[in-house]
Design a binder for this molecule. Structure first.
Ligand SMILES: C[S@@+](CC[C@H](N)C(=O)[O-])C[C@H]1O[C@@H](n2cnc3c(N)ncnc32)[C@H](O)[C@@H]1O
Length: 224
């Protein structure tokens, strides 16, 4: 058993701190990035500001999505994100450093899987959203081709996935409902597997089990 007593978020974000430049460079000229970004840009829901991203990392997606403020538990990626977006803040999803009812759209992209209390994070997300505001959750479902490949990397000791837990769609939809967030749009993309990624893809509406990447948009009720 590990005797590392640090909070989980600190352990999970250490690799992103220590290898921030490597993580950022990974997206240079990346077809994967283009496909994932397109899926986010193809959402039909009207997403209002202010836009905030939790787990912003080096801010590649944030810069393209009009995010004003990025939050991350790791400091080094924030220094990179700070060159791409207006504001950055160190903090955790478990205790979001934001006032209640202030955010128009909250993005959580490729980050929920690094949190050991995802339900608490989604409850926090609901609190900080304005009534009628949206959470945009980009995730790699556990049973999709990419989820399985990344799980195998984790088991093989890949440092970036040591603290990742890939969740099932139904599980996440249940947590959103418990948090008081209603799913209003779903889009799927990345039908090419990790070994055969050769061309650009656009996303399709709905959730499809053979997709590697899914975006859920969940709305906070107007009546609070
Ligand atoms: C895979 S990266 C995603 C970065 C960015 N969203 C992207 O897609 O490029 C996950 C990020 O979540 C951050 N993170 C991990 N646990 C966190 C927590 N509990 N609270 C806030 N950020 C966390 C990590 O430091 C890391 O920068």
């Amino acid at each position: 058993m590990s005797d590392d007593k640090r909070p989980y978020w600190q352990k999970a974000s250490q690799v992103f701190d220590e290898r921030a430049q490597e993580y950022d460079s990974w997206y240079d000229d990346s077809l994967l990035f283009d496909i994932e970004l397109a899926a986010l840009q193809e959402l039909e829901t009207e997403l209002v500001g202010p836009r905030v991203e939790l787990g912003v990392g080096p801010g590649r997606f944030a810069a393209e999505l009009g995010v004003a403020v990025g939050i991350d538990s790791a400091r080094t990626p924030l220094t990179i994100a700070g060159r791409r977006i207006a504001g950055v803040c160190q903090g955790t999803g478990e205790d979001l450093p934001l006032i209640a009812d202030g955010v128009g759209t909250l993005f959580i992209l490729f980050t929920l899987c690094f949190m050991d209390q995802p339900q608490r994070v989604l409850a926090q997300a609901e609190q900080v959203l304005r009534p009628g505001g949206h959470l945009v959750l980009g995730m790699i479902p556990a049973r999709g081709p990419w989820g399985q490949a990344l799980q195998a990397k984790k088991e093989a000791g890949h440092p970036f996935y040591e603290y990742a837990s890939f969740y099932e769609m139904k599980e996440v939809e249940g947590w959103l409902a418990t948090a008081g967030l209603q799913v209003v749009e779903l889009r799927s993309s990345l039908y090419q597997g990790p070994e055969g990624l050769v061309e650009f893809e656009s996303s399709r509406p709905g959730w499809h089990g053979d997709a590697g990447f899914v975006v859920l948009v969940a709305r906070k009720g107007v009546m609070g």
